[in-house]
Ligand binder design. Sequence first.
Ligand SMILES: NC(=O)c1ccc[n+]([C@@H]2O[C@H](COP(=O)([O-])OP(=O)(O)OC[C@H]3O[C@@H](n4cnc5c(N)ncnc54)[C@H](O)[C@@H]3O)[C@@H](O)[C@H]2O)c1
Length: 394
Amino acid sequence: MSSPGTVQETQKTAQPVVIAVPRESAPGEQRVAIVPDIVQKIVKAGHEVRIEHDAGAAAYYPDDLYAAAGAKIVAGRAELLNGARIVLRVQPPTVADIDQLAEQTVVIGFMNPTGNLAAIARMRDRKITAFSLELVPRITRAQSMDALSSQATAGGYVAAILGAENCPKFLPMLTTAAGTIRPATALILGAGVAGLMAIATARRLGAIVEAYDVRRAAGEQVRSLGAKFLELEINAEGQGGYARELTAEEKVKEQEMVSAAVARADIIITTAAIPGRKAPVLITKETVARMRPGAVIIDMAAETGGNCELTQAGKTIREHGVMIIGPQNLPARIPFHSSQMYARNLHAFLSLLISKDGSLIGEFGDEILAASLLVHNGEVRYGPARDLLKGGNP
Ligand SMILES: NC(=O)c1ccc[n+]([C@@H]2O[C@H](COP(=O)([O-])OP(=O)(O)OC[C@H]3O[C@@H](n4cnc5c(N)ncnc54)[C@H](O)[C@@H]3O)[C@@H](O)[C@H]2O)c1
């Protein structure tokens, strides 16, 4: 088996694998699935990379950089996909995208594996093979392929910057001729990958940072970043390092405990999530009413229901002098680096799919491939998506 991080470099490849990268079409999506550095590596390994014209333009990777790296730039989808064995994407394909693919094309990207059911059913019916990066297991060997983490890192950074931009205060302490300015306080709820990045960024900007997570194990990581960990009474470490859902009684206790910290914060960044579930409500509307005027909430869980009861996905609202921002797709706001990290994740993933002799493998027994295989040979392989489809959906 090849080692993660490199698509095997061979002098003689079986048959060059044609890899196609379409331009993303989802509203607001600025990222691209591959960057010129990675094109160069894949082409050097003997494969062909085709890029749809302007696919990287919004992330500041112009066509000429891809061409210089050895990619073929193509104008239309038909030419892009003709003979392509692998398609690399950021956002899940739409039904219309899927209808353009030949049977047995391998599609890799975020797939929204329990939400995008119509597209999953279409991929099943059209015998597409789809790998979902959301399903890559969080084991050590898969770290270089962990696109959820790389994009959460980007998202956490942007959230902290957005908080600073909308806060009416300086973040650092200042001693000036006009007097001393007290530092702002940032509170980060949920200290997973995105939360830790938000903590680190807010600290670098000079804020006092407090953080809370239901997994007590997060405390050490929070403290190592120079932030204060709020020691609350609940510990809800679940399976695989993720949080479990709290009981009704624990939820009430948590909201009470969190509300005191929320009331003294100027910037609140919420990232709390439970895989496959609606986001837990940590900030009720009553708590918002008790917040400092001018405080800002950046609710990173907006797309899965929000950690604040008042959040509206994709909107900024104002209540009791508090600004509540429900951003969507934060990583797309720094598309240059988000795309670079994502492309590296994909390159590492490809190293499992393309064997030493340069051919595309057909058996997906490897633990990482097996776990992330969403659709193959006319079957939905991911149990939760299969169950949802059986339950009367498309
Ligand atoms: N390769 C690896 O080993 C690897 C890679 C990435 C992440 N991880 C681990 O996976 C876990 C999840 O990371 P993630 O960033 O994807 O998490 P996530 O996006 O699923 O959730 C974000 C955070 O919200 C927290 N949370 C959930 N419910 C909460 C509540 N009611 N109140 C407060 N906080 C709540 C979770 O504990 C988590 O830290 C972490 O333990 C992380 O260290 C491991």
